[in-house]
Ligand binder design. Structure first.
Ligand code: SAM
Length: 303
């Protein structure tokens, strides 16, 4: 599919936030809610807990670490939630650094889910934030944010579309300027997409990016999926809230997206989450049989 437009794909039965991969957006929101009120919080998202409260699928989920059985020792709401808190902080910093030190004033959040960055980060004037996710997820998000009378701190443009379909036309029709630099984020997304859709996404970001653009994304090393299938992180997510992440991940061999971008002239750096745990002095550290061991955060700049 490289260089071509993927066929429109049916996503019957998986449109909403309360089912299928949509549930993972709620999982991250719950983690952000917990992180927000930690005494040593890495990131604050005051909207996160409202998403959790509004979804019936989240009944009984904790919103404070004090409500978590076992507290920090809980593999899901302790360590994994902290992982999401760290990821939020690191990618907040990436986005803000990119727009405040460069010329880019358009930001594209791919698989935005319940990311509320358009509402909570201090964007420079003239900034536009495009949020791409499936229709049911964005509809839920709008219902909650409208109920809170939340006001974005940038021009916010939701793009309800499946990333396995032709999302480029929708983005450009919505006002994305292909002649201006841009900042892109694919946080917690690529491992849910078929490899051809990931390759198309990376090729497309390259094609739509002028010099001065930046991209951050998360990947999982392929062996991680199966080698760590019995990790406490996966089993406890399934046992405690019924989300079988391994079943939601696309199990096909992954492309080397960081390598592909480097081949296209982007400068890339690849980090483990643990690099940032050490930088910030808090967050998950490696453990035995660790489902996070294969996670990589990739930062890329187009000269
Ligand atoms: N980036 C957000 C964050 O970190 O809070 C959400 C991450 S959540 C783990 C994964 C998101 O990817 C969900 O919102 C889901 O709807 C979206 N997603 C997965 N597959 C998708 C697809 N084919 N098209 C559009 N969005 C998709």
């Amino acid at each position: 599919m490289v260089g071509t437009t993927p066929r429109k794909t049916s996503v019957e039965g998986t449109e909403g936030v309360e089912e299928g991969v949509g549930l993972t957006a709620l999982l991250v929101a719950a983690a952000r809610a917990i992180e927000t009120v930690r005494h040593d919080s890495l990131a604050q998202d005051v909207y996160a807990e409202h998403f959790v409260r509004a979804a019936s699928a989240c009944a009984g989920w904790p919103l404070r670490i004090q409500q978590v059985p076992g507290g920090d020792a809980n593999p899901l709401w302790g360590r994994f939630a902290r992982y999401f808190g760290l990821r939020t902080r690191v990618l907040d910093d990436f986005l803000l650094r990119s727009v405040h030190t460069g010329d880019a004033r358009q930001v594209v959040l791919l698989g935005a889910g319940l990311d509320s960055r358009a509402f909570r980060l201090d964007w420079p004037s003239g900034c536009v934030v495009f949020e791409v996710d499936r229709e049911g997820v964005l509809a839920f998000k709008h219902r909650v944010l409208d109920g809170l009378s939340a006001a974005p701190k940038a021009t916010r443009v939701p793009i309800p579309i499946d990333l396995r379909a032709d999302w480029v036309g929708a983005l450009v029709d919505a006002g994305f300027d292909t002649g201006a630099p841009s900042v892109w984020l694919a946080e917690g997304l690529l491992f849910y997409l078929p490899p051809a859709a990931e390759t198309y996404l990376i090729d497309t970001v390259d094609r739509l990016s002028t010099g001065g653009s930046a991209l951050a994304f998360e990947v999982k090393l392929e062996k991680d999926l199966w080698e760590y299938r019995d990790s406490r992180l996966y089993t406890s997510t399934a046992d405690q809230i019924g989300i079988d992440l391994l079943n939601l991940f696309d199990g096909e061999p992954r492309p080397d997206s960081a390598g592909d971008l480097a081949g296209k002239g982007w400068s890339t750096s690849v980090h483990t989450p643990f690099d940032f745990t050490r930088l910030h002095g808090r967050g998950p550290l490696p453990e035995e049989n660790d489902a996070l061991a294969g996670n990589r955060w990739v930062f890329a700049n187009k000269p």
